[in-house]
Design a protein around this ligand. Structure first.
Ligand code: SF4
Length: 295
């Protein structure tokens, strides 16, 4: 039996080589105005017999698989006992399994008790990918994210305190030109307050299908930032992040939507990253060609 994925299927770039099991379909929230990933799907939790059949089938093809990603948009919305059943079964069938991860919204994490998070961790769930998007409450409200800075910080800290690795995304340009400073200031503050293990940047891209909805929800004229301004936003975010040596943050702008790539680890590489950005600002010729950018 081959796995027939329910399209579209998304996973973080760092899970490109992972085995993917779709334990849910769609996103239980599906309201963020900048995201059309799961607009074509109704949120569904897949029954155990289907999930089990696919895990069993994958053992035949990839018995030595080490990394697993549970799709779709927020598998952490699953009931704790069901998630434990899935992760335990994967671990029992793939003895070389090193990591099981999924997407999570701040609310998914906050809805779980500390005990639930610990039980899932013990069962073998290791890592969450969480979209911070912006640390500004004004922008989070305008893009209908369903979270505010305080809940994002609380959820990331709760996940870290219960032993999870947490990788977060922020979106350059999400506040447009008007709220650019508000966006970078709030985002740097949130990252400093919760110090996720990984932070990746994306750059706002609005597909035709959701452009109007995004503008309507934003509630006032929205002007997209250009490549120079996205670099300026990156500079402001990097420069505003302040963490101690005990809070190592791997920072990367390597997603295909970004015009420029940078990487480094806070706090030790902060100055180096700022120097990289200053250099890039003088060398627009190294920007990723627009036709090669993807969201
Ligand atoms: S950004 Fe995440 S939470 Fe928001 S609609 Fe998309 S998948 Fe759902």
């Amino acid at each position: 039996m081959r796995i027939q994925y329910d399209s579209p299927l998304y996973r973080p770039p760092s899970e490109a080589r992972s085995v993917i099991f779709q334990v849910t379909l769609g996103c239980s929230f599906n309201e963020c105005s900048f995201c059309d990933m799961y607009r074509s799907k109704e949120y569904t939790e897949r029954p155990w017999d289907e999930v089990k059949k696919e895990i069993d089938a994958m053992v035949e093809y990839m018995p030595h698989a080490r990394r697993f990603f549970l799709a779709d948009g927020d598998a952490l919305n699953l009931d704790t006992d069901y998630m434990i059943k899935i992760t335990r079964y994967i671990r029992s069938k793939f003895p070389e399994a090193e990591r099981i991860s999924c997407y999570a919204m701040p609310m998914n994490i906050l809805k779980k008790s500390k005990e639930d998070l610990l039980r899932m961790r013990e069962a073998g769930l290791d890592m969450f990918y969480l979209g911070i998007e912006s640390g500004s409450d004004i922008i989070l409200r305008k893009v209908t994210k369903g979270a505010i800075a305080k809940t994002i910080i609380k959820s990331v800290n709760k996940a870290k305190d219960t032993g999870y690795v947490i990788s977060c995304m922020i979106i350059l340009g999400l506040g447009g030109r008007t709220y650019s400073k508000e966006h970078t200031h709030g985002t740097a503050e949130v990252i400093s307050a919760c110090a996720p293990h990984y932070v990746g940047t994306l750059t706002l891209h609005l597909d035709e299908g959701i452009r109007q909805e995004f503008h309507d929800k934003f509630g006032e004229p929205f002007v997209m930032i250009d490549d120079d301004e996205s670099l300026d936003e990156m500079y402001d975010v990097v420069s505003g992040i302040n963490v101690g040596p005990e809070d190592q943050i791997v920072f990367r702008a390597n997603h295909g939507s970004n015009a420029y790539r940078i990487k480094g680890t806070f706090p030790q590489d902060k100055q180096d990253m700022l120097d990289q950005i200053r250099w890039l600002r003088q060398h627009p010729e190294v920007a990723r060609p627009k036709g090669l950018r993807g969201f």
